[in-house]
Design a protein around this ligand. Sequence first.
Ligand SMILES: *Cc1c(COP(=O)(O)O)cnc(C)c1O
Length: 397
Amino acid sequence: MPGFELFGDEERKELNDVLENGVLMRYGFDGMRNGHWKAKELEREIETRFDVKHAQLTSSGTTALNVALAVMGVGAGDEVIMPCFTFVASFESIIASGATPVLVDIDDTLTLDPKAVEAAITPRTKVVMPVHMCGSMAEMDSLKAICDKHNLYLLEDACQAFGGSYKGKMLGTIGDAGTFSFDFVKTITCGEGGAMITNNKDYAVWADQYTDHGHDHQGNDRGAETHPVLGYNFRISELHAAVGLGQIRKMDEFVRIQRRNHGIIKAALSEIPEVTFRRIPDPEGDSCGFLNFFMPTAELSNKVVDAFKAYGIDGYWNYFNNNWHYIRRWEHLKEIKSLFPLSASVKKGLETIGRQSFDQSDALISRNISCLIKLSWTEEEVNDRAARMAEAIKSIL
Ligand SMILES: *Cc1c(COP(=O)(O)O)cnc(C)c1O
């Protein structure tokens, strides 16, 4: 997955354009920048490649989620339904917006279980936030039907599934808004950065203002601009956007390499009857940034981890024992270790999370192993790796 593996002359050229005139900021300084508008150009590239009307770059994937929640008008007293298997950014952005995260189980897709979502809806629910974890997608038809039925917003976190699709639509473009991360370990990197995409014109205007202190961006005198809404600073810099511009032009190639490497490893592991795979609602749309498989028991999956170590295989996670992606190790959330006082409603929501059990998700995540699919592997290296992985697994059966 990490685009940084294939950082090269394309990114250096875009960066040099910025370095030559020294305008490191995305707004203003029209006369100095010799026509270089890297952030704007990257936004147009995203819109074209994803066939979406509006892209708003941000400082990170986390702030892209913040912006999406803000433009949907989500805040104090509102509840956002999210999966218990995701990156911590999901609940961070919800809490930062003043809303309450409501955590629910995942199913064998490793993303939101539509039944668990429906059961968690209350009169305060405003958003359902599926997270397309580890390259593949949530059950978008079911989730969209639930949102339509209950009049809720659908916000897709596609930070880990850049370039994937569902029934012909790019992930991130199916809900009311979608988000991407361009942090250093994502499929396309800016070093740091993110984006919110939407077809909603109002959201686009508000996102443009909100990410830059409320600036209306009319005219060419920043100081004279008005501030129609309260905002924040979630801007990306021109340097970061330049890197992303070099990267995104290689997006199709990156996804093609991921699919090839993923296919080779999956074929090798498919030969082992005890190994099963996550359900993929639209297999053709898998971005293949990771390969996830299950062992029959948690004990066997722990043994596979040991065997991988012994066979010198790296780049995999058993998320049950990971600090960042699964509820089990989120003590800071469950024990509400906030640096500042939270509202009564958020506190109450977090106390509920602390008491909740996630048996259905535990049973899946404890048996799961998630393998990163790298871009820099040659076909020969992948073949060798696939054979060693299969051998390691067979050695413990
Ligand atoms: C990386 C990631 C984010 C946050 O992105 P940052 O750019 O690191 O803030 C959000 N959600 C998911 C699923 C991610 O993997």
